[in-house]
Design a protein around this ligand. Structure first.
Ligand code: GTP
Ligand code: MG
Length: 198
C-alpha cells in the first residue's frame, strides 16, 4: 500500500476548467450527502483533513488535496441532497458532471455507498450514468460497523445484483468502516496500483 506521508489541502474550485493543470493523477470521491465521504478521506489520509459535519451538503466545490506530492485526492460535492433548492441541485450536478466527464487527469472515481441501506435508486442511476460515459470507477461501501456482517454481505450482494442487470463487468468494490478503520489498506493499495500503471 502507499504510505501517506503528506496530505495537504490545495484549494477548492467551482468548475473543472479552473482545476490544476499540472496533470498529476487524480482520484475522485463522490457519493450521496452524509454517506461518510469526509470520514473516509480522513481515514485514508489523516484526521481533520476533510471536515466531518453533522449538517449534510457542506461540500459544494471541487476540493483538491495533494498526497505525497504526487497525486490528487478530489473531494466532490454530494449528489441528491434534497434540502437544497432545485436550482442549486442542478448547479451542483453540472459541476460534478463537468468534472467527471471532462477531466483527463482523472484516473478513477470512488463512488461511496451506504451499506446500511438497501440499494438506492439514486446511487444506481448515478453509477449507470458513469458507466454509460465510460468513466472508470470503484465502489466503496461505507459504515459497515453499523450493521451485522450478514446484513453487510446481503446489502453488498443486493447492490451488485442490481448492477449486473445492466452491466456485464462489475466494478471492484471495497467494504469500509471509518469508525473501525477497516478497508484503508485495500483502497490505498488499489490507488497505488493505478498510479504505478500510468
Ligand atoms: P457531507 O459532506 O455533509 O455530504 O457528508 P459526508 O459524506 O462527508 O459524511 P461525513 O464523513 O461527514 O459523515 C456523516 C456522518 O456519518 C457523521 O456523523 C459521521 O460520524 C458518520 N460516519 C461516517 N463514516 C462512518 C462509519 O464508518 N461508521 C459510522 N458508524 N459512522 C460513520
Ligand atoms: Mg463531507
Amino acid at each position: 500500500m502507499i504510505d501517506v506521508n503528506s496530505a495537504e489541502f490545495v484549494a477548492s474550485f467551482p468548475k473543472e476548467s479552473q482545476c490544476p493543470g499540472d496533470g498529476k493523477p487524480e482520484f475522485a470521491f463522490i457519493g450521496r450527502s452524509n454517506v461518510g465521504k469526509s470520514s473516509l478521506i480522513n481515514m485514508l489520509t489523516r484526521k481533520g483533513l476533510a471536515k466531518v459535519s453533522g449538517t449534510p451538503g457542506k461540500t459544494q466545490l471541487l476540493n483538491y488535496f495533494l498526497i505525497n506530492g504526487t497525486w490528487y485526492l478530489v473531494d466532490l460535492p454530494g449528489y441528491g441532497y434534497a434540502r437544497v433548492s432545485k436550482e442549486k441541485q442542478k448547479k451542483l450536478a453540472n459541476m460534478i458532471e463537468g468534472y467527471l466527464f471532462n477531466r483527463s487527469a482523472l484516473v478513477l472515481a470512488f463512488v461511496l455507498i451506504d451499506v446500511t441501506l438497501p440499494p438506492m435508486p439514486i446511487d444506481l442511476r448515478f453509477i449507470n450514468n458513469l458507466g454509460e460515459q465510460g468513466i472508470p470507477f470503484a465502489l466503496v461501501f461505507t459504515k459497515s460497523d453499523r450493521i451485522g456482517k450478514v446484513t453487510v454481505e446481503k446489502n453488498v450482494a443486493l447492490f451488485m445484483n442490481e448492477l449486473s442487470k445492466t452491466w456485464e463487468n462489475l466494478p471492484p468494490y471495497f467494504v469500509t468502516s471509518s469508525e473501525r478503520r477497516t478497508g484503508k489498506e485495500e483502497i490505498l493499495t488499489y490507488i497505488a496500483k493505478n498510479v504505478k500503471r500510468l
